[in-house]
Design a protein around this ligand. Structure first.
Ligand code: SAM
Length: 196
């Protein structure tokens, strides 16, 4: 039931530091692709003024529930099913969306849906945050990320590291303005936008 991802323990403090800086003081954060539920439990406990709403495909909900039960944090909501392939999102009018290490997993048409629907679900001034590895037109991909990209594509040809410029284009089309793009440990990025 309760799954464990070592990467979450490695990246959670660096991500939390950025979230503390960029998330609104109050409101609801919709986390997309919550995975094991580790991040949801960790972040909700440390951001007590925000309601943290985890989501993922149905098969991940038992693990998210198990982490939530152990954390016993009042501002952590019951996880909901949110399949990025669908336009029927279970939430609207959220103040922030957090999506960690999921953009390179889902297929590109699904990334397109993610941004289009995020633009609709966020309230004005809301924050869209993604974390993960990205390609940039003006520089070589780091060797560790080249290897990661190869591994992703061998596992599933529709997965793979995304071009920052293409993702930023989707965000712009959805009414999201780029607010930050920061280097993170292990050649990852924190990128965030604000709903205009
Ligand atoms: C690499 S994991 C990242 C999980 C978590 N955010 C983390 O950092 O550990 C990618 C996540 O995307 C989720 N996912 C895959 N396809 C999805 C879809 N169509 N809709 C929503 N989530 C999806 C998976 O279930 C998984 O939890």
């Amino acid at each position: 039931m309760k799954q464990f991802a070592p990467a979450c323990e490695r990246n959670q403090d660096a991500i939390l530091a950025v979230l503390k800086e960029i998330l609104p003081d109050t409101g609801t954060v919709l986390e997309i692709g919550s995975g094991t539920g580790q991040h949801a439990a960790y972040f909700a406990a440390r951001l007590p003024n925000l309601a943290w709403q985890p989501s993922d495909l149905d098969r991940m909900l038992p693990s998210i529930r198990a982490w939530a039960a152990e954390a016993g944090v009042p501002n952590l909501r019951e996880p909901v099913v949110l399949d990025l392939c669908s336009d029927a999102w279970p939430m609207a009018a959220v103040q922030a969306i957090v999506c960690i290490n999921t953009v390179h997993i889902v297929a590109w048409p699904t990334v397109e849906k993610l941004f289009a629907n995020a633009g609709r679900a966020l309230t004005t001034g809301g924050v869209m945050y993604v974390y993960g590895a990205y390609r940039y037109a003006d520089r070589e991909l780091e060797p560790s990320n080249e290897e990661f990209d190869r591994w992703l594509r061998e596992r599933d040809p529709s997965s793979g590291l995304r071009d920052f410029e293409a993702v930023n284009g989707l965000a712009a089309a959805a009414g999201l303005r780029l607010r930050g793009d920061r280097a993170m440990p292990a050649n990852n990025r924190s990128i965030w936008w604000e709903k205009a």
